[in-house]
Ligand binder design. Structure first.
Ligand code: ADP
Ligand code: MG
Length: 367
């Protein structure tokens, strides 16, 4: 994935700002290079500026300042319909009175392509999204997932250089979403189109994207491959936003090049690598719930362990999440994979347990 990031930039977003006036800046000095063929996700909660950035790429909004360059061409001042870009909206915006076939053909007809060229392209698109059998149907005669694929076929029909997807699966229910995510990636990769997508759903970003930009208040807080963002979040916001995490405030008490010791309320952390810091400095330890083990007996290791009482547990089938109340009153979330159908010593409410984790399980955050 880093090879994708290192390849020559295809889409360049340079110091782009969008200020609608009236206080907060919607997009605040964003810069990023995106490689050809990447699926790049803008991830963040509602109102953080995702759609505004996407609309500037499409040409529906003009940046207050900054530059957008696609394949060497500065898009500044270029109207949306002449940009080699297609944006697929959340609502799909299919024409209800037109058949699937005519929906896909619509943009090609407007371009004035010859009839047989249009037919060939529509057939190819129908095949791509596996809807050849449904060509004559109207959108309301299709399931949500099928409508979504028609919208995608229509977006790809004109062979855009850049495909923009705004919450592409927002209208689908959870199970269908998950299936469609993989399908969508397969289609995008088959066509080879570069794609920027917007989502507020971290799982969707993780499954679909080659790289993710985590956004907050108009800014990029971190850009990286999904595993990079999950395993090495750059700050508290990203650690907390992506997946589940235990955040423990502490102080750096011993600073060595090959390890550091951090003291927090319930635990003495031994971290098996150095950090940039000074003794006494306030830090936050981030620890993912699945990196913690639970035992009834006290671990031999004096580090990276904490004792507490199971406050509640939630069974999710493939794993169980325990919330453990530590002596300071803080809660520790631990997720345990259910590899056996029955554990001999089932842990339950009110049990005293020891949590333990390895020397490389944590991420130390300094901001
Ligand atoms: N046309 C507009 N005029 C004024 N403010 C806008 C306009 N469009 C978006 N905003 C504001 O810009 C911010 C970012 O919005 P948006 O890009 O839609 O966020 P997201 O897609 O991440 O939910 C919000 O505070 C929103 O109210
Ligand atoms: Mg939006």
């Amino acid at each position: 994935m880093s090879s994708v990031a290192a390849a020559s930039p295809y889409l360049q977003i340079q110091n782009v700002v969008k200020d609608f006036g009236g206080g907060a800046v919607a997009v605040d000095n964003v810069s990023i290079d995106i490689a050809k063929g990447e699926i790049f996700a803008l991830l963040g909660s509602s109102g953080c500026g995702k759609t505004t950035l996407l609309r500037m790429l499409a040409g529906f909004e003009t940046p207050t300042s900054g530059r957008i360059v696609l394949n060497g061409q500065d898009l500044g001042g270029m109207a949306p319909h002449v940009r080699p870009i297609n944006m697929m909206f959340q609502s799909y915006a299919l024409f209800p009175h037109l058949s699937v076939w005519d929906n896909i053909a619509f943009g090609l007809r407007r371009e004035g392509l010859p009839k047989d060229a249009i037919a060939a392209r529509v057939e190819a698109m129908l095949k791509l999204v596996q809807l050849s059998k449904f060509a004559k149907r109207k959108p309301h005669q299709l399931s949500g997932g099928q409508q979504q694929r028609v919208a995608l076929a229509r977006s790809l029909a004109k062979k855009p250089q850049l495909l923009l997807l705004d919450e592409p699966l927002g209208a689908l229910d959870k199970k269908l979403r998950e299936e469609t995510q993989i399908e969508l990636v397969n289609i995008i990769e088959e066509v080879g189109v570069t794609c920027v997508m917007v989502t507020h759903d971290q799982e969707e970003a993780m499954t679909m994207a080659s790289r993710i930009a985590v956004m907050s208040e108009g800014r990029f807080l971190q850009v990286g491959a999904p595993a990079e963002i999950y395993e090495t979040p750059a700050n508290r916001f990203v650690a907390d936003f992506i997946g589940n995490v235990n955040l423990m405030d502490g102080a750096l008490t011993c600073d060595n090049p090959d390890h550091v010791i951090i003291d927090s309320a319930d635990c003495r952390h031994y971290v098996g690598h150095g950090i940039t810091g000074t003794e006494g400095m306030a830090v936050t330890v981030a620890l993912r719930p699945e990196k913690i083990h639970l035992t009834r007996s006290k671990p031999e290791d004096p580090f990276n362990t904490a004792c507490g009482v199971i406050q509640d547990l939630a069974y999710f089938g493939s794993f169980t999440v325990y919330r453990i109340k530590l002596s300071s009153g803080a809660m520790l979330k631990v997720s345990v994979s259910n590899v056996q159908r029955h554990r001999d010593d089932e842990l339950s409410w009110g049990d005293e347990v020891w949590a333990h984790w390895s020397r490389n399980a944590h991420v130390v955050l300094t901001h």
